[in-house]
Design a protein around this ligand. Structure first.
Ligand SMILES: Cc1cc2nc3c(=O)[nH]c(=O)nc-3n(C[C@H](O)[C@H](O)[C@H](O)COP(=O)(O)O)c2cc1C
Length: 348
């Protein structure tokens, strides 16, 4: 099969990638007290050495007392955590890679299974005062500016999967009656603040999904018109690239067309998009949390869509968690590995 278009460089704004493959953001919880150590730098360094075009970090939380439900998830604030991230990006750059942190606030989620609790209750659209909202917007902007200052190549805002930004998008959790009742308002304010902080030339990505961890069948947009009403204001507010999260990239977003989420997002907004979801594997990632393995799957359908121009970049999660050499094996030929739950146990 011809995978040539996966290996074309990508140039957009200040972002120059050697190929179209993106490491999907994956929480690993190996950063005690929120500080990413040398093991985290080495883990991402192996993906840079393995020719991943753009590495997206695991979600890393902003400076709010209740942005995280897990003490082993890295912070993107505080001297020690930022020094840890500086070490990560230096390592990735030394090895020829490019990287963005995925900036995260979990919002109102269930407490971690360990029982650990943050110092103040987890906040979400239903409980946040306007003051909390403004402080959160500022914390996103501060994190994005720190990403730029540390030397990261771009930044990704986590606006997907039922976490804080997505909780505002979704009527299932946004029960407000003030100006933030309008689903896009919070995200638009975050993007504007981030753009003001990083300046015009620093690329900003936002990750979005229809599905929520709270409801796999949720849909923010039922049709292309609703999708336009959702996405256009985000692009107008200053986002450059839309990262469109699906569990299975080959699933059509709306009836009457085989375009997936990234395909529609690109068609509607005209900005570059990233697709994701079970690339190279035959089972989706929810299974990974139940401990399921996934066999390898061919890339023909992915290439058909990429060759057709549906999207610009392809994010790969578990296949790259399993095997830092996945990109090189796809390019040069080599035996691809199935995903096994054992890969989650260590930072390899
Ligand atoms: C262990 C694990 C952790 C994840 N953590 C995050 C995360 O922090 N942020 C995020 O946006 N998605 C997260 N995801 C979702 C992945 O980014 C990706 O969208 C999903 O795994 C589908 O890609 P795949 O089928 O190639 O694995 C995680 C997935 C896995 C398997």
């Amino acid at each position: 099969m011809n995978t040539q278009n996966l290996f074309k460089p990508f140039n957009y704004k200040g972002l120059h990638l050697k190929n179209r493959i993106v490491m999907a953001p994956m929480t690993r919880s190996f950063s005690p007290n929120g500080i990413p150590g040398q093991n985290v730098a080495d883990y991402y360094g192996r993906r840079a050495a393995g020719d991943v075009g753009l590495i997206l970090s695991e979600g890393t939380v902003i400076n709010r007392p209740s942005s995280s439900n897990d003490p082993n998830i890295p912070h993107f604030y505080g001297e020690q955590s930022l020094a840890g991230w500086k070490n990560v990006i230096n390592k990735v750059h030394q090895l020829g890679g490019k990287m963005a942190p995925q900036i995260w606030h979990m919002g109102a989620v269930k407490p971690h299974t360990s029982g650990w609790l943050p110092s103040t209750p987890l906040e979400g659209p239903a409980s946040m005062s306007e003051k909390d909202i403004h402080a959160s917007i500022e914390a996103y902007a501060a994190a994005a500016l720190d990403a730029k200052k540390l030397g990261f190549d771009t930044v990704e805002l986590h606006g997907a999967h039922g976490y804080l930004i997505d909780q505002f998008f979704w009527p299932g959790m946004n029960t407000r009656t003030d100006q933030y009742a309008s689903g896009n308002r919070f995200a638009v304010d975050v993007i504007k603040a981030v753009r003001a902080a990083v300046g015009a030339d620093f690329p900003v990505i936002i990750r979005l999904s229809q599905w929520k961890q709270q409801d796999y069948n949720a849909k923010i947009a039922q049709n292309p018109k609703e999708m336009e009403a959702w996405l256009r204001p985000l692009v107008d507010a200053g986002v450059d690239i839309l990262h469109c999260s699906q569990r299975r990239f080959w699933e059509a977003e709306f009836e009457g067309s085989d375009l997936n989420f990234a395909g529609w997002a690109k068609k509607i907004t005209g900005v570059p998009t990233i697709t994701v979801g079970s690339v190279g594997l035959d089972g989706d990632f929810f299974g990974a949390f139940r401990g399921d393995s996934s066999a390898t799957a061919p890339l023909d359908e992915l290439m058909r869509r990429l060759d057709r121009g549906d999207f610009d970049l392809v994010a790969v999660g578990r296949a790259l968690l399993q095997d830092p050499q996945w990109v090189q094996k796809v390019r040069d030929g080599g035996e691809l590995q199935p995903f096994t739950k054992a890969a989650l146990e260590n930072l390899l």
